[in-house]
Ligand binder design. Sequence first.
Ligand code: UDP
Length: 416
Amino acid sequence: MLQQVNAGHKSLADYRSIIRRELYEEIQDLSQRLKGARVLHVNATAFGGGVAEILYTLVPLMRDAGLEAEWGVMLGAEPFFNVTKGFHNALQGAPYNLTIESRAIYEEYNRESAAALARSGKEWDIVFIHDPQPALLKHFSGGLTPETKWIWRCHIDTSTPNEGVLNYLSPYIRDYDAQIYTMKEYTPPDVDLPGLVIIPPAIDPLSPKNMALSTDDARFITNQFGVDPERPFLLQVSRFDPWKDPLGVIDAYRMVKEEVPEVQLVLVGSMAHDDPEGWDYWYKTVNYAAGDSDIFLFSNLTNVGAIEVNAFQSLADVVIQKSIREGFGLVVTEALWKARPLVAGRVGGIPMQVDQGGGILVDNVPEAAAACTKLLKDPEFARRMGRRGKEHVREHYLTPRLLRDDLKLFAELLNV
Ligand code: UDP
């Protein structure tokens, strides 16, 4: 079997007071129809990034709904992650030289994971594959049983992909019974996807990352990290990655500081196991920030976990997400849910999240700096913005809506 992740326990009943009644009832109805369905989620890591975040909520809620849902992490090691990181970037448009060697590494880990899956002898009604890393599992496992339905979930923007990687992966992806994308605009050009479904992701409002924290508790936590609670701070929470542009955030902060000298900057970044590039970029950012005691860099390796991220997000005077390329941007959803004013790159899923005036979209560093300065100088404007963002998230981007959409797809595929 693949490495199984224990995602804990959650109950849909706990979400009742947060979501609309019709949504709750719709999920109940789908649960009845899908009782006992065996669903396996597979991705490449149990830690770091948006996909793992989602699975920690979705898998227990599917179990609560009566499905036999499990989560397995495929086999992986550094050579494989180097290749799949290259694929990931290439699918988002970066140059990439697809060599015979990289294909061989990619295929070897997929073949071994497929063998591990088969060895377990378990049967599944649905195998739900997340992102490109395990995309060849269907191929190498022969589809397990003729009845098994296969879903491929793409969490990234593949609208301007590197041709070589796209042409290589497309036949495998087309072979799935359903291909889920976050937005229609993210689908690859000129690839016919026979089972295309559009489902945006969501955040869990009750997870330690997003549950309501009192201002006192949030201040108590951030204060312990040396951030002065009496002075404003800008925040970006993101992997250390060129697409998230942490250096651009520092540039913007420096411009803001000319107008608002007391401002601080907090950069929080998780270091994922499947992201070898993260370390290079972390050191690059540390060097870029050098010498400024009002810039704070934290990561999961310096004890900033979910609760601490929550505290920083709950208190930030402005949350920045200066991405240059973005999948959906769950971290934006998290900030909006905490009613924080937001300044974010006009890319990926960000514009649709700030649709109702919950944030300011920017295209470059000077625009980001100007927007932050405006929000710091006009707290009433910032508060109104935060409230609008929160309601938009409540309606569209909380996990029960995602659960409903996934269950609906399962019911269609299994014909129940
Ligand atoms: N995250 C975190 N700690 C960090 C950095 C990121 O917990 O130091 C979380 C963040 O809160 C969010 C997820 O990782 O839930 C990132 O998801 P997103 O869709 O924003 O970006 P991705 O990393 O998947 O491109």
